[in-house]
Structure formats: C-alpha cells, structure tokens
Ligand binder design. Structure first.
Ligand code: ZN
Length: 501
C-alpha cells in the first residue's frame, strides 16, 4: 500500500496547515486583541490557501487513483477504503475551487468578523453592509464553481449537509412548520411559565464551575480539551488530543452559560469520540453540520433540559447557588428552563420556536443568493418577516439581522439548515438509543451517562465522516431522516408542561 501511505502522509501535512488556521481562528475569537485583526486575517488566508493548494494538486489526484487500486478489495467501511472514497469526493469537489477564491474568502471572513464585533453592540448595520455585500458576492462566486445546480444555494448546502438541496430542505421545513405552528399556538393559549427565578445574578466562576462539573459526568475529557469564553460559542478540534469549547455568560442569567456549555460539549464529545486512527485525515471530523448539531442538541436539550437530568443535578445547582435558587422548587425551575415563548434571539429560543428562527434565516439565504433580496434591504426584510413568522416586532438590528455571527464570518448559504436538521436528528438518535437501552432515562435520573455516551460513540462518533449523513442515519436508526420522533418528543414533553391534552 505504497500509494495509500504516501496519500496519508500528504493529507496529514494538509491537515496540519488547516488545523493551524483553526488555532488562529480560535485565538481570534477568544484572546486576540482587536488590533491584531488585520494581520490575523492575512495569516489565516495564507494557511488556508496553502492547505487548499496542496490538497487540489494533481499529485493528490494521482495518489488517490493509485490508492483506489490498492484498496479496491477492502470492505466499504474499512478505514482505508473509506479514506480513499471520502477524500476522492472532497478532492473532486475542492479541485473546482480556485485557491485565490478560497484565500480571499478566508481573509474576508476574518475582516468581516472583526467589523461585526463592533457593529453589533453599536447597532450599526450600515458599517458592515459593504462587508456583507462582498460576502454575498463571494458566496455566489463559490456556488458558480459548480454549474448545473438546480438552485444556486445547492452547492453551498452540499458543503455542510451533503445530500441535501434547497428543494429538499424547503419541503422538509414546510412539513415541520405545519406541525410546529399549531403547538406554538396551543402553548400561547395557556398560562405562561414564570422564568424570573433564572434572572438572578451569579458570579462567573460559580456558573462556569457548575457547567464543567456537568460535562465531566457527560464524559468530556479535560486531558484532551478545555473551555474558554467568547461572544458566539463554538467548538473546534485541533487534534484527537485537543478539542476546544467556548461559552458565553451573563451575570444576570443563571443558566445561559450552562446550556451553552452543554451544547458545545455535545459537539466536543462527537469529536473526542472519533477513532484516533483517523486523526490527521479528512475522516477525522463529523459527518455533516446536521449530524454534528444533532449531538449538541441531544446533550443540551434531550438530556440537559429533561426532568430526569434535573432530579439529579438540581440539588447540586441549588447548593452552588443557595441564595439564588435555595427557595425555588424543582418543578418551577424545570418549567422555567423549558419556557416556550416567541423571542427575538435564535440562540436564546426554546426548543419549539427555535426552528422558526432557523427557517427565517434559511429562506433569507435563498432569497439573497437568488437576488430577490438586496443586502441594503436586509434589515427591513428581516423585520417584516420576523414579525410575520414569529409575531414580534424587532426593536433593533442588534437583535435582528446582526444577531448571528454566521453571515459575518463565512458565506451566505449552507449554514443554517443544519440547526434544524440537527434538532430533528437529535430526537431520532435518542429514541433509537433508548430503544436499544431502555434503562437510559433511569441512568440520566441518577446522573449517569455512560450507556448513552457509549452507544453514541459506538454508533455515531467513532466513524468520523466515513459515512455520508444519509448512510449514517440509515445505519444507526434503520430508517431515513424523519420528523416523527422529533414531533413525538416535542409533543410528549411540552403538552404536559403546558397542561395541554
Ligand atoms: Zn451547535
């Protein structure tokens, strides 16, 4: 397997360059002083450009051809055959992207991110508008590298959620919306849960320490990971032995940093669970944005917002915050953290209305790419559509079109559908795990997560990106992606919480 060995060595060098760029990005969003932004943008662009250039080189293609012959008789799911198959797919895709476009996009993303960090607190859309116009142009140019698409967003969606297209996501979302909207309406007709017990002040150290205690029990390995503070939380992997998570915090909200920590921990457990033999190859990453998000949302919501979880952890949280929660019983607390209401900010939204926020962004991405909405009109269109679909007036761009980092730190198109795909899949995977191990809910009630974590590692995590999202979902659950388990989960949880029959 001479060619396979040479291919692996080449891919590891490319991976080194990409992960080094990831370290720079992580630093930019955690510790870097603002004046470092210009040089940092260039440094990230240089590394990403080098990685791309080396990857799309004809030599990679030649090694892939030779390695394909060497591995032809190996089983589909072997590390070797999977490496060749998945890398071939990526090579065929990336070879069509000019290096100059990749570097320009990376540099622009870093510059635009820095502008957004100033524009959002200042509620100043005008100052980022030129950046966003350039982002849209770069997004279109990227998509145009793949002529023959049905919709201009298709190539971008395929980058993140391989196998999905604008039309298939639209259809899926349309069906989901029809089932979620009546639930939102029904809940709105009931007396609202009181969440004032969460709006109390607790020191940063207390909040962070509790979150870290919880994720330690989930299985987050602190020898292979750490947590830092940022504006817009994320997870990033540098190697099997180094997976970073970030969180945000609010002094006057007791659980904001906690749920952000649980969410990013879910992403990290996925990365930490990938077979170490795949490290340094294109297989050492999640299968897709949607599959990744299924893990963050599974640990954050299906576990972390469940009644059973809090039966174990609530006395501990009360002990950590006696002045704030000593007098609050478990049930009102559990209702407070699961309060469903129309709200302005996606990342604060409850599980039921969350998807409406995602759908709004997804539709806007399609319209921007199609040229049906111009960037200069985006704040106004955002306000109109937000009021139409979520039913609230938007008081400012800060809490409107400027709220999410994504369009200001990457491309427009492809990034939002993964959140709702993840919500859907989180319930599908969890239901499958509980079917295989009916004791899981009882374990969660005792603060034990070994069976659930072990099942996910065995069935999902260790494979990295060996399988396409469709292959993986079918393999794990025995069926295609379905919204039924997700709706059953939402109805089964929120109808009793709001006293609906
Ligand atoms: Zn996430």
């Amino acid at each position: 397997m001479v060619a396979l060995r040479a291919l692996k060595q080449r891919l590891t060098e490319i991976d080194d360059l990409s992960r080094a760029a990831s370290v720079l990005r992580w630093d930019q969003t955690t510790y870097m002083p603002p004046a470092g932004a210009g040089a940092r943008a260039r440094q990230i662009a240089t590394l990403s450009g080098l990685a791309h250039e080396r990857f799309i080189d004809a030599e990679t293609g030649r090694l892939l051809d030779a390695a394909a012959r060497e591995t032809a008789s190996l089983p589909f799911e072997s590390d070797e055959a999977s490496l060749v198959r998945v890398t071939r797919h990526r090579w065929d895709r990336d070879v069509r992207l000019p290096t100059a476009l990749v570097a320009e996009t990376e540099e622009h993303a870093a510059v635009s991110y820095q502008a957004w960090t100033v524009a959002r607190p200042a509620d100043d859309f005008e100052s980022v508008r030129p950046h966003l116009e350039k982002t849209l142009e770069l997004s279109r140019r990227t998509a145009e590298c793949y002529p023959g698409y049905d919709h201009i967003a298709d190539p971008l969606i395929d980058f993140y959620d391989h196998g999905m297209k604008a039309a298939s996501v639209r259809e899926l979302f349309h069906g989901l919306r029809r089932r979620i909207e009546p639930l939102v309406e029904a809940i709105a007709s009931r007396p609202q849960a009181d969440a004032s017990c969460l709006k109390r002040r607790a020191p940063l150290e207390t909040q962070l320490a509790f979150g870290l205690e919880v994720i330690r029990t989930f299985g987050f390995d602190f020898d292979r990971g750490r947590q830092d503070l940022t504006r817009h939380p994320f997870m990033t992997r540098f190697a099997h032995g180094d997976v970073r998570i970030t969180t945000r915090w609010r002094e006057d909200d007791l659980t904001d940093s906690l749920f952000s920590t649980l969410h990013e921990c879910g992403h990290a457990l996925y990365e930490m669970g990938i077979d170490p033999r795949l490290d340094g190859t294109p297989l050492a990453t999640g299968a897709s944005a949607g599959i990744h998000e299924s893990q963050s949302r599974l640990w954050e919501n299906l576990v972390g917002r469940s009644r059973g979880f809090w039966e174990h952890f609530y006395p501990r949280l009360q002990a950590a915050m006696p002045a704030q929660l000593g007098g609050v019983q478990l049930d009102p607390f559990h209702r407070a953290i699961n309060r469903v209401e129309r709200s302005l900010i996606r990342t604060d939204a409850d599980e039921v209305t969350y998807n409406l926020h995602v759908m709004l962004r997804f539709d806007l991405e399609l319209d921007l790419l199609e040229g049906r909405v111009a960037v200069r009109d985006l704040p106004r269109v955002w306000r109109d559509r937000f009021e139409q679909s979520i039913g609230l007036p938007v008081p400012s761009d800060r809490d409107g079109v400027l709220q999410d980092v994504h369009w200001y730190h990457g491309l427009i198109g492809g990034v939002f559908q993964g959140y709702t795909l993840g919500s859907i899949l989180s319930a599908q995977f969890f239901a499958t795990a509980v079917k295989a191990h009916p004791g899981i809910p009882d374990e969660i009630r005792r603060g034990a997560f070994g069976t659930l974590h072990g099942w996910l590692r065995e069935n999902v995590y260790r494979h990295g990106s060996k399988f396409t999202p469709d292959e993986l979902v079918r393999r794990v659950t025995g069926s295609d992606l379905s919204v039924d388990p997700y709706m059953a989960y939402l109805e089964g949880k929120y109808r009793p919480l709001y006293g609906l029959g």
